[in-house]
Design a binder for this molecule. Sequence first.
Ligand code: HEM
Length: 509
Amino acid sequence: MTDSQADKILDKGQRPKGEGNTTRASGQPIASENTSVTVGQQGPVVLDDLQLISKLAHFNRERVPERNPHAKGHGAFGELHITEDVSGYTKAKLFQPGTVTPMMGRFSTVAGEKGSPDTWRDVHGFALRFFTEDGNYDIVGNNTPVFFIRDAIKFPDFIHSQKRMGQNGLRDADIQWDFWTRNPETTHQVAYLMTDRGTPKTTRHQDGFGSHTFQWVNAEGDAFWVKYHFKTRQGWDTFTDAEAEEMAGKNADYHREDLFNAIEDGDFPVWDVKVQIMPVAEAEDYRFNPFDLTKVWSQKDYPLIPVGYFVLNRNPRNFFAQIEQVALDPGNIVPGVGLSPDRMLQARAFAYADAQRHRIGPNYHQLPVNQPVNQVNTYEHEGPMQYFFNDPEDPVYSPNRHAKGGGYLDGDVNVREETHLADDVYQGAKTHGQDLVRAPYVKHSEDDDYVQAQNLYNDVLNDEEREHMAANIAGAMEGVSAETEERVYAYWGKVSEKLEKRVRELFAK
Ligand code: HEM
């Protein structure tokens, strides 16, 4: 990837610089942005003032719901550079030596609302998107290596306890501590939060972590468990509690402003990308459960391995289009990386896209900042605000007669009859339970796809009903291609040769 590819991501969606007359959103020139149309000089405004109506109506729809957690955030764009060779651990294209991948990052607080102060004591989100040749890869982490809980079923309760009371809408120390103290697994994360790292000085002066255990898979198919560390080259710097409180009053957007200004000034922040790698075979007996998000892996046991660095060297062109509408999602994984038996991670792989369908709309992938840089081949289509559509020759379903096999990706692999490892998600979990599979229904002694249709045709229907059925089939075949016509005969031939023969006769008429 070249520099210009990073710029192209920022360019997407930007209109040319405004010139000439203002227009309505549908392009027509506007007579006035300043004075409404009225009935005579002193009369009321009228529905005929197309621009007034459109302007007010669009204004009423300018907001999308804020993210539930992590509502307050800011972001920037840049590049990931791979300087080391970690191909022994992963085949992911973005991690191959010398690769440069355009990226963006969004940095947030967890509990506060969209306008809340950046410097309130909180864990801070550290979410990265890499625009890779295999699609978007998102690492949606925090500035701490662990989390408060280890089971997703507690997550809504946890967030409720950090946000506001039901009755009076106030934040409340009692509910925070009530939740924490009733859930001892929070201790490690709360200890971290109560250090001065709970009030980082700026976004630039903090480390980031993938936090969960993820999977890397190399070209030979060997799997490893991996944890990501993003080490700030600016050095960790923190506020004291008093400094953070003072800044919250003085400048609620301190972190947002600091990152924006640093990039405007050419003082680009850099983070070194490092990983801890655990061979799959060591997971079972490691002294901590390696998938428990409330625990770190000791760096004495699994030292940091350098991978490369990323630099944030481009500011967004438009906050709403490129930061508010970005849809970062732990479920966005690419070949060579995977999930793990971490239950929090599995829940997150569901929760983000679900939130984004609600927050932005079901076609959020089609917005410029969410579009991958590679070609999208999908059978998902339609829904509000569809922008892209498939080639008219491409089918809208799978499987199909267009040489697309069982789908664009699984080719001709017939996953209906055999059991396959779902190793695109993660592999090697056997020691912690059953491997994930995509498997067919278990067949019982009489199970067969045709037997009950045969019973219906041969034993239940009378001659008249059989004749009607053949005629109905022939009628419904109107318009099929020659290839499909033959498939239909073969299909019914498996039910009854008599039926096939009769359908042929009737369709030929
Ligand atoms: C089961 C646990 C969790 C659930 C259900 C959950 C759910 C969510 C949801 C629904 C959002 C808003 C997404 C959007 O509207 O775009 C969000 C944002 C976020 N979450 Fe979580 N979360 C969980 C745990 C975590 C953990 C463990 C981390 C970090 C290690 C994390 C980091 C973030 C970050 C950084 C964002 C903001 C992403 C952005 O900048 O757009 N979350 N979370």
